[in-house]
Each structure stands twice: as C-alpha cells, then as structure tokens.
Design a protein around this ligand. Structure first.
Ligand code: SF4
Length: 211
C-alpha cells in the first residue's frame, strides 16, 4: 500500500497542483517568509500580503535593517505579530551570524528564532530540495488517516521519495491533498486520488452488511 500511495499522490499533484507564488521560487528567504506567513493564516490571505512584504523587504538584509515599527506596519492585516517579530529577529541573526545566508540544514535552521521542526523541514525541502519531511497540520491528518499511525513524522520520513526534487513535489502534494481533499471535517474519500492506498478510505468503501 505504501508503494502505491506515492505514485498516486504524485500523479494527482502533477495534474492538479495549486499555483502558489512561493512555489515558483527556491530563494530561501522568500520561502521562509511564506512559511512564517502561512502559520495560522489562510493561503488566499497570504497570497495577497506576500508580494507586498517582499516588495518592501526584497532580501534578508533589507529586513534585517528595518525598524521594528515598520516591519509591524507591513505585517498589518496578517495578525499574530509574534511571527513578524520572530521573522525580523531571524533576519538579523542570519545577517549577523550566518553571513546573510539562510542555513540549509534542519538542525541549524531550528536554532533560528521562530523556527521549529516543521518550518526547518519545509525550508530545507522547499528552498534547498533536501530530502526532509515537513509535517504541518494538513500533512499530519493525511498521514494519520492513510497509514492509521500516530508516529506521523517517522511514517512521513519513511515514505519520502529518494530524489530531493521529487521530495519537494511530494511534500507539496501532501499539503495540497490535506488542504483540498483530505480536509478536517469531511474528507472527500469518494473523489480522493489516493483512496486505493488509504487505510481509512478503503475501510469506508466496504459495503455495509444487510440488516
Ligand atoms: S481516502 Fe479519504 S481519508 Fe484517505 S486520504 Fe483520501 S480523503 Fe483522506
């Protein structure tokens, strides 16, 4: 079943991927800005604010030099300002301690302000095409349902493709599936592209016994 899940998911993604601005870049700064914005904010809202923020602060150095008040103003409308504070602190740390280059390994990434296991995995994969898992709420739900497991990080790491480029697609695909089909309240199993490889989906398909 595991062997089937991966090709089904990738095939679907290659046809139905959402075209999102942060997917058109491998610039680590742009990827990290998108990841901070996407925490607790809907994709459609981030699509609106992301270009504005990048127009104002196009590089990590621009952001590091900015005044906190100005960063907060640019973040206005996205809410959860702790993220803006952390992103600003991250930019200053990167400029000061990492020669303005965002690190590529998950261990160093996690030493930066506001970066936890998920964001570190997402940046390593989405910016550097590294073979890393990135388990956010959507991915967790998908993997739990498909494999009926509680060890989600471990299970996700085990099913990653071998090549970094394909891991990039695979992680994006897991997120898209969780956001559009394997949604929280009512998963759309009848139209799900990975149903034949999903323990939950297959169980739902079994015909009920006659009374
Ligand atoms: S078959 Fe249903 S439970 Fe399984 S991944 Fe698809 S939508 Fe989610």
């Amino acid at each position: 079943m595991k062997a089937l899940f991966r090709p089904l998911l990738l095939k679907w993604y290659r046809k139905s991927a959402r075209d999102l601005p942060w997917r058109r870049t491998r610039d680590p700064y742009r990827v990290i800005v998108s990841e901070f914005m996407l925490q607790q904010t809907q994709v459609s809202r981030v699509e609106e604010y992301y270009p504005k923020f990048l127009a104002r602060y196009p590089t990590v150095q621009h952001l590091a030099r900015a005044r906190p008040k100005k960063v907060r103003e640019t973040w206005e409308g996205l809410g959860y300002y702790a993220r803006a504070r952390n992103l600003h602190a991250l930019a200053r740390t990167v400029v000061k301690d990492h020669d303005s280059a965002i690190p590529s390994d998950t261990e160093t990434l996690q030493t930066l302000p506001g970066v936890g296991r998920y964001t570190a995995g997402a940046v390593a994969c989405f910016a550097f095409e590294k073979r890393e898992a990135a388990v956010d709420t959507n991915v967790k739900r998908v993997v739990e349902r498909v494999f009926r497991t509680k060890n989600v990080w471990e299970a996700t790491e085990r099913i990653l493709p071998r090549r970094g480029k394909t891991v990039w697609e695979f992680n994006q695909a897991l997120m898209d599936l969780g956001a559009t089909i394997c949604v929280a309240r009512k998963p759309k199993c009848p139209v799900c592209p990975v149903r034949s490889a999903c323990k939950t989906g297959l169980k739902e398909r079994r015909p009920r016994k006659r009374q």
